[in-house]
Design a protein around this ligand. Structure first.
Ligand SMILES: Cc1cc2nc3c(=O)[nH]c(=O)nc-3n(C[C@H](O)[C@H](O)[C@H](O)COP(=O)(O)O)c2cc1C
Length: 452
């Protein structure tokens, strides 16, 4: 049986079908030509990713408007039509393996580097830039020019054979700078409220759709949080995702900002961080959208990710039940079976009534833990084939708890002294185990985040 039915199933992204849910993140290459054109080595590197099975292969940073900013020498110039032959070579190689080709569109804003560009350094607001060069506030005329440049760049990319494009609105690039209260102190329609700070990004999205067609899929890469006091946080980005919902096709959730180096730790996570360390951001943002698809990233090296769920034994049981799909029918039968000795007056031995008590305790715990899972790890719950409502689970939990108590009292009333001791030992051991697990802190569970 395929343990990852979602991961390897096709998914619609705008007007396209991706063959699975694996996207190769944008990775800029160090050996472009001096003009920024893609070389044979670059083509080979992207081809390997497509051949490896990814559904979407994203070519790294391209520059949309060199006239108003360029950050470094590894940016593919999408405002230069000479780029087309090398772009077509690359997208052909990607598509040859059945993957969709994408490219990342960037305007650096405050991150423009005078080594590669000799115009003014533009940003949402004036101030000192990260490279020690004063920043000039973008006026509306220039904002409109850059909006058009994003649309033109996407059109150029489409001519170059890309199937969709990724607009970089995270990591501290220009669209991120507008979103960030740390960089944006404007008082016009591009500053202040989240709606105003997000306006630039939305205009870019509209312009690309206008020039490339409504069915040309657009992906945004955002930082799910700036992870910095005074910056935008996850709640802001959940709200921003809501603003994009239905207009944008795919949302790629990264985190952090280049402007605060400590946040780069999780932006490009090392092997020492937990698997899928940024997936919580994508999971929260996914709840804020209904139509736009959401992609998680960051140290996603295997489909099963580690999730840390604050809990103890019952959660663990719930995971066993839900993940391994132990049907509630079986649990219910077990429970009913455990009632039999009482109603049919079987001759209950010590072993027998110990089993009855344990059986009921287990049943109650499983139900209780499944109730908790629905709120603690909704993604896991959503994967279960055995959906029952939270109300039903609560009902069975309460029933299991009350019945266990009643049964125990009944049993104790008919027990012989040595049976009392036997059952007492069982109960004390079970209670001791539960307390021990509770005190041991968090339970690490493996959950599949395929859907995020
Ligand atoms: C060598 C390298 C190049 C990268 N180039 C880009 C890039 O051009 N644009 C971008 O947005 N992210 C870039 N990233 C970040 C990745 O796209 C990705 O977000 C990050 O590595 C976290 O995902 P991972 O843990 O799966 O690698 C790069 C990362 C690496 C290691």
């Amino acid at each position: 049986m395929n343990p990852y039915p979602h991961l390897f199933s096709p998914v619609r992204i705008g007007g396209l079908t991706a063959r699975n849910r694996i996207e190769s993140a944008p990775g800029s290459m160090g050996d472009l030509t001096p003009e920024g054109y893609l070389t044979r080595e670059n083509v080979a590197a992207y081809e390997v990713k497509a051949g490896g099975g990814a559904a979407i292969v994203t070519i790294g940073e391209s520059n949309v408007h060199t006239k108003t900013g360029k950050a470094h020498g590894r940016m593919v110039p999408l405002d230069d039509d000479e780029v087309l032959p090398s772009l077509i070579n690359t997208t052909d190689a990607i598509k040859h393996h059945g993957a969709l080709a994408s490219i990342e569109l960037i305007h650096p804003g405050r991150r423009a580097n005078p080594r590669y560009y000799d115009g003014p350094i533009y940003g949402p607001s004036a101030g000192m830039g990260p490279l020690g060069v004063p920043v000039t506030e973008l006026d509306e005329e220039h904002i409109e020019e850059i909006v058009e440049a994003f649309g033109d760049a996407a059109e150029m990319a489409k001519l170059g054979g890309v199937d969709l494009c990724m607009v970089h609105a995270g990591h501290g690039w220009l669209l991120h700078q507008f979103l960030s209260p740390l960089n944006n102190q404007r008082t016009d329609r591009f500053g202040g409220s989240l709606e105003n700070r997000g306006r630039f990004a939305l205009l870019v999205l509209e312009n690309i759709k206008k020039k490339c067609g409504a069915d040309f899929p657009v992906e945004f890469r955002i930082s799910g949080s700036e992870l910095t006091p005074g910056g935008f946080d996850l709640d802001d980005m959940v709200a921003f995702a809501g603003m994009l919902d239905g207009k944008l096709d795919l949302l790629n959730v990264s985190d952090g900002t280049f402007h605060v180096p400590s946040t780069n730790t999780t932006m490009v996570p090392s092997m020492f961080l937990p698997h899928g360390c940024n997936a919580y951001l994508a999971a929260a943002i996914k709840k804020g959208v209904r139509h736009t698809k959401v992609a998680a990233l960051g140290w996603v090296t295997k489909p099963i990710l580690q999730a840390c769920v604050d809990g103890w034994l019952p959660s663990g049981l719930g995971v066993l039940t839900v993940k391994h799909k132990i049907p509630y029918v079986i649990l219910t039968l077990l429970y009913l079976e455990s009632l039999a000795p009482i109603f049919f007056e079987f001759n209950i031995s010590t072993i027998g009534n110990m089993a009855v008590i344990l059986n009921n305790v287990l049943f109650a715990l499983v139900c209780f833990s499944a109730v908790r899972l629905t709120t603690r790890v909704p993604e896991l719950w959503a994967q279960s084939r055995f959906h029952v409502s939270t109300g039903t689970l609560k009902f069975w939990s309460v029933l299991g708890g009350v019945a266990t108590l009643g049964q125990t009292l009944l049993l104790f009333s008919v027990l012989k002294p040595y049976e009392m001791v036997g059952n007492g030992v069982v109960l004390v051991t079970a209670a001791g185990y539960a307390v021990m697990r509770k005190r041991s802190g968090k339970v690490h569970m493996e959950i599949s985040y395929e859907e995020a």
